[in-house]
Design a protein around this ligand. Structure first.
Ligand SMILES: *[C@@H]1O[C@H](CO)[C@@H](O)[C@H](O)[C@H]1NC(C)=O
Ligand SMILES: *[C@@H]1O[C@H](CO)[C@@H](O)[C@H](O)[C@H]1NC(C)=O
Ligand SMILES: *[C@@H]1O[C@H](CO)[C@@H](O)[C@H](O)[C@H]1NC(C)=O
Ligand SMILES: *[C@@H]1O[C@H](CO)[C@@H](O)[C@H](O)[C@H]1NC(C)=O
Length: 776
């Protein structure tokens, strides 16, 4: 028999590994300094607030009194004079209950003895989800999918990131109305940042640096001690969610047009938690906790904590509190590609994968015989390459040696064969006397994120035949011209799942299918900081720009957050789960050629839901999904209770000391299905799911199930017809997967679509049968 992987079963190895790591750290330090008792580091501590003494006025008083009451231990010999006693960094009292503090091991033990103590763990590092950070240039998809509407006007999006460049035209407030009265946030004064930099678009700015400073006690100062962004990531993501209209935006002439965020009238509140000096969980927790207190409706967070289980993952913990207050948290799946698993696979948030855009940045190659080839180029300038002498010479066409290239010194353009990596070839051409290169490649990754540091064009192997043929036939007469800064929209197949997007199942909770949806993430054009370069030419020329095109799930996440903001504006009564359900059940599994979406990491094989979730988000359809799979906070608690976490770990997330586990259920009312099997065993897997859908369409209606079973599975749905008497009525059904597939095709997938009788709504959920996470 194939044994069923328990839903969200926590792997004990994870929790066992931590003490080992601590021990290892301790050992190193012991060798280094000969004493550990005074060594302090930052811990995040979660508390059960029902233990707070009644006499105390606030959580803050309680947490400070706990830290103050610790007798300093071993403080006399602190070598640098810092931290001679425990230091309280943050108190968390909104989405999170607890605090972070700089403590020694002994002091941590004292905290653990305090009444109400739930859990504690070391501060950990976040990963930002931009693949090739600043080297990539392109324009965001501002047409077609995104409704240029008033939606988003009263919605506030909190962006947890590297801060913001407030002077960017994307954060101007032309056309914005009065700030919603519910807003409780502020515009913090700091280095090169004063409150007059906020306006009715950029309504809040705060920064959180106590964690990074505690981790680097000898730092002295921060390069930018305010919410001002010195990295570009936060400026890019926040303008992607809700940037204002900016005409004439482009990446050095490519993708020229009017830039705008997905929700151009939504408000932005920026929480800087990522610093040039580091990125710490304690600061991230503080940012989310404050955003919820300030009254944001949506949170966009393009970073993750890869290896932490749910109860030690700051995003999982803080976003639970956010979800309870009706705040949807959109997060990035991560950029690990096929190599490693996704992060942010958290059941109560939206996890977003990245795909391509239907836009092509071109260099147009014209040969002396009149033949024209549209290739790929993102060379960031108007280079002039006209009637230049062309050579194709087998001896040097690998373009892998600058020395060899000098053989062709009498020519101006060289054709480089597809035998050497493009990056190295263009670097060699840049160091040679050639004026430009023609690179033959069908490698789709070049069109995701490669920089283009020298004039040239990438052409397909099919087009290359004629180009080479011409070069050889025309001999020394051969010439070519290249026209740069060409942009085409709608010509290429899109979306395609990006090679870098991290794949499910989620190690944190494999029984809930992640990612949820896919959004544009490749070569997204959005605002940039002026003090960090946006492009490079050759090895030493760095170009600045107000806009940059970069790739990553970091760029996909704010697209989904923006759509969620629009949905929140249109349906203020919808829960975060309802918004997510609408986005998932209306997502499109087909590309613009009406074929199943392909995967760039798998040689254009059909993408599975483990790569793209339900498919590409479709904002207009999500406005009117027909049916909703809703989830209450208690449902998530029931799920946690099925995971065999110790009680304190569950309370760390749920922050309620009522016995959280009166009921336990691993079967979350999620708009997707995943059945996990253990590899290698023979036999049959049968798994039953229970789902309840709410009719959010008007009036009475009937839906019928249309099932596409994964290969090797029989899927039964009961009942297969749902009759609703009125709006908001709920109906339930069960779906059973009976799998007897073979190991040649480990991951199989299909779908269930509830089709309305009048054909108006199609409510689609992906179904996946996959090996358990451990066996990948
Ligand atoms: C705030 O900063 C801006 C730009 O740096 C400056 O023009 C303005 O005078 C400052 N306002 C205050 C109140 O300091
Ligand atoms: C950062 O600025 C705040 C005030 O804006 C100040 O209290 C703090 O000491 C500064 N921190 C560093 C590390 O420069
Ligand atoms: C360059 O590529 C050719 C063809 O692939 C190969 O034979 C040669 O060894 C390479 N030269 C260098 C310097 O790597
Ligand atoms: C699953 O399918 C197998 C044959 O493929 C069948 O023998 C078995 O009874 C089915 N089990 C259930 C619970 O439907």
């Amino acid at each position: 028999m194939v044994s069923l992987q328990k839903f969200c079963k926590e792997k004990m190895e994870l929790s066992k590994r931590v003490p080992l790591m601590l021990l290892f750290g301790w050992f190193l330090f012991a060798l280094h300094a000969g004493s550990i008792s005074a060594e302090r580091s930052t811990y995040i501590v979660h508390m059960d607030t029902t233990f707070m003494p009644k006499a105390l006025a606030s959580h803050h008083h309680w947490y400070s009194s706990i830290v103050d009451s610790i007798k300093p231990i071993g403080s006399t010999s602190s070598s640098d004079g810092h931290h001679s006693k425990p230091i309280l960094l943050y108190t968390y009292s909104n989405a999170v209950h607890g605090f972070s503090a700089v403590l020694s091991q002994d002091e941590l033990q004292a905290v653990k003895r305090s009444p109400g103590f739930l859990s504690a763990y070391s501060d950990s590092l976040a990963t930002l989800d931009t693949t090739h950070t600043f080297e990539f240039l392109s324009l965001s998809s501002t047409t077609g999918l995104w409704p240029a509407s008033k939606y988003g006007k009263d919605v506030i999006v909190g962006v947890i990131d590297t801060g913001v460049w407030p002077e960017s035209p994307s954060f101007r407030d032309d056309g914005m109305t009065k700030i919603p009265l519910k807003w409780k946030g502020t515009c913090e004064v700091g280095q090169e940042f004063n409150s007059s930099l906020c306006n009715s678009k950029l309504i809040g700015a705060r920064s959180f640096s106590k964690g990074v400073i505690a981790a680097n006690p000898n730092l002295g100062f921060l390069t930018m001690n305010s919410t001002r962004d010195t990295f570009g990531h936060g400026t890019h993501t926040s303008s992607t969610v809700a940037g204002n209209y900016v005409e004439g935006a482009s990446f050095f002439g490519y993708a020229l047009g009017t830039a705008r965020g997905v929700a151009p009238r939504a408000r932005l509140a920026i929480y800087k938690v990522i610093w040039d000096e580091g990125r710490y969980a304690s600061d991230v927790l503080a940012g989310i906790d404050q955003a919820v207190a300030d009254g944001v409706d949506i949170i966009s967070i393009s970073m993750g904590f890869s290896f932490d289980p749910l109860y030690r993952d700051p995003i999982a913990i803080a976003s639970f509190g956010a979800m309870e207050r009706g705040v949807l948290v959109s997060s990035s799946a991560g950029n690990a590609g096929l190599r490693r698993r996704l992060h942010n696979g958290i059941p109560w948030i939206l996890t977003v994968a990245a795909g391509s855009i239907d836009r092509w940045f071109a260099g147009i190659l014209t040969l002396g015989n009149g033949l024209t080839v549209t290739g790929w180029s993102m060379f960031p300038a108007r280079a002039v390459v006209e009637n230049a002498q062309l050579v194709y010479n087998k001896t040097i066409s690998a373009c892998n040696s600058t020395q060899q290239l000098s053989i062709g010194a009498s020519y101006e353009i060289i054709v480089c064969d597809d035998t050497w990596p493009f990056n190295e070839q263009i670097t060699n051409i840049a160091a040679s006397s050639f004026r430009a290169g023609i690179f033959i490649s069908d490698n789709p990754r070049i069109f995701e994120s490669e920089s283009f540091i020298y004039p040239g064009v990438v052409i397909s192997s099919t087009d290359a035949r004629e180009v080479i043929n011409y070069a050889l036939t025309a001999g020394i007469e051969a010439t070519a011209s290249i026209e740069f800064q060409q942009t085409f929209v709608g010509t290429n197949t899109a979306p395609v799942v990006s090679s870098y997007t991290a794949r499910g199942p989620s190690p944190k909770c494999p029984g809930v299918l992640k990612p949820d949806v896919m959004a544009p993430g490749t070569l997204v054009l959005a605002a940039w900081v002026p003090n960090r370069y946006a492009a490079r030419i050759g090895s030493n020329m760095f170009l600045a720009s107000d806009f940059n095109a970069i790739s990553g799930t970091s760029m996909a996440c704010p697209h989904a957050a923006g759509i969620a903001a629009l949905l929140k504006g249109a349906h203020p009564e919808w829960s975060p789960a309802a918004i997510r359900s609408a986005m998932m059940t209306t997502a499109n599994p087909f590309d613009n050629t009406q074929n199943p979406i392909k995967d760039n990491a798998l040689d254009f094989k059909i993408a599975t839901p483990l790569a793209m979730g339900a498919g590409q988000v479709d904002p207009n359809r999500a406005l009117d999904p027909g049916l909703i799979y809703d989830v209450t906070p208690q449902d998530y608690v029931n799920l946690l209770c099925s995971m065999n976490f110790p009680r304190n770990q569950i309370l760390t997330i749920t922050r309620s000391s009522k016995n959280p586990c009166l009921t336990s259920s691993s079967d979350l009312n999620y708009p997707s299905f995943i059945a996990l099997y253990t590899h290698g065993a023979m036999g049959i897997l049968v798994q039953k799911f229970q789902r309840t859908v709410t009719n959010v369409g008007k009036g009475p209606t009937t839906y019928k199930a249309e099932v596409m079973a994964p290969k090797g599975s029989v899927v039964t749905v009961s009942p297969d017809k749902l009759v609703f008497g009125q709006m908001y009525e709920k109906q339930s059904y069960t779906l059973t997967i009976n799998y007897s597939g073979d190991e040649n095709e480990p991951v199989t997938f299909g779908s269930i679509i509830w089709v309305e009788d009048n054909g108006k709504h199609r409510v689609r959920s992906p179904i996946v049968v996959s090996p358990t996470v451990e066996l990948w």
